[in-house]
Design a protein around this ligand. Structure first.
Ligand SMILES: [Zn+2]
Ligand SMILES: [Zn+2]
Length: 343
């Protein structure tokens, strides 16, 4: 089969590799599409501890074409998505039921082969059938699951004033989830352009254009909108500078959720007296492990809309173009399509 294989950071090839053989508790999925994620760009640079050689890709959808002998409740030709994260079940955190905090967390597309290929072998208990979702919508199930987990970490009071920084693929989903889960009023702040406009159409009550060259402009606008700040701020840009700046807009007693994926070595500064005096809470939200069923409920029912988020499609063999397009930040989400199994 054809696949994108990384031998080392930045060293990839579109090449023929043997079709994976499935174990008794695994299924073989013929990949229809795999979403490109910011995480894949980190893996390209060797960040997030990938295990090379590696076929990346953790936002896959496809059709079951092979079933291990012990697999029940799944069928040939079923259209599915896969939860890429897998905990060990044995470590200190797993034994407490905190599976996402697992010390030996494995992930398809990070520590073992993923979906930028024609076929993927995966444990049957990671697989979820889909019904109405198109393949373009289905590549958004994994990012939506992560956003659902973000909502449970946030544990928001109904009717809150909420500010979301970022209008990337995840930001678009978070905006809709925030609206459905308690935001009385939602402001989305991001650079001016089609992404911010889409957030306005999908969920935001108010959008504010971030001007990185002249930040006082959007700072003043945010203060004008909510002079006492916001109950909850979700930072989903992955920019340490935006994260640091966000604290000043948290209302007394409010919460900042650190959701973006930041460069591993970046730091931010905060004033501990200010946090103490204003009783500010800072929370982190990382990926997900058990949110697929809830994400699917939101997506299959049409309550969360992702169709306009997937703006671009590329063929798997055009991987350099995929990277270039992602770095250009022109579109929102890329779906990568492998050659069909007959070719
Ligand atoms: Zn992802
Ligand atoms: Zn574990």
């Amino acid at each position: 089969m054809k696949a994108i294989v990384y031998e080392a950071p930045r060293q990839f090839k579109y090449q023929d590799v043997p079709e994976p053989e499935t174990g008794s508790d695994e299924v073989l999925v013929r990949i229809d599409a795999c979403g490109l994620c910011g995480t894949d760009l980190h893996i390209h640079e060797g960040e997030f501890a990938p295990s090379f050689p590696l076929i990346p890709g953790h936002e896959f959808t496809g059709e079951i074409v092979g079933l291990g002998g012990a697999v029940k409740d799944l069928q040939q030709r079923q259209r599915v998505v896969g939860n890429s994260n897998e905990s060990c079940g044995k470590c200190f955190y797993c034994l407490r039921g905190d599976f996402l905090l697992c010390l030996n967390l494995r992930a398809y597309g990070v520590t073992q082969d993923g979906g930028f290929a024609q076929y993927l072998r995966i444990k049957a208990d990671r697989i979820f059938p889909i019904n109405k979702l198109s393949y373009r919508e289905a590549v958004m199930v994994e990012p939506t699951s992560c956003a659902v987990h973000g909502m449970e970490v946030l544990a928001m009071k109904p009717g809150s004033d909420v500010l979301l920084f970022g209008a990337g693929p995840t930001g678009q989903v978070l905006a809709q989830l925030l609206k459905l889960n308690g935001a009385g009023r939602l402001v989305v702040a991001a650079p001016a352009g089609p992404k911010l406009e889409l957030a306005g159409r999908l969920a935001a009550d108010e959008t504010v254009a971030i001007d990185r060259k002249n930040p006082d402009k959007h700072r003043n606008r945010l203060r004008e909108l909510n002079p006492t700040g916001f109950d909850y701020i979700v930072e989903a840009t992955g920019s340490a500078a935006v994260c640091e700046d966000a604290l000043q807009f948290v209302r007394r007693g409010g919460t900042l959720l650190v959701y973006g994926v930041y460069p591993e070595k970046e730091t931010v500064r905060f004033n501990p007296f200010d946090l103490f005096r204003r009783e500010i809470t800072i929370k982190g939200s990382f990926a997900q492990i058990d949110a697929f069923p809830r994400a699917l409920a939101y997506l299959e029912s049409g309550k969360i809309k992702v169709n306009e988020i997937v703006t671009d499609e590329f063929r798997l063999e055009d991987w350099p173009k995929v990277l270039e397009h992602a770095w250009s930040r022109k579109g929102i989400k890329i779906a990568v399509i492998p050659p069909s199994s007959s070719s």
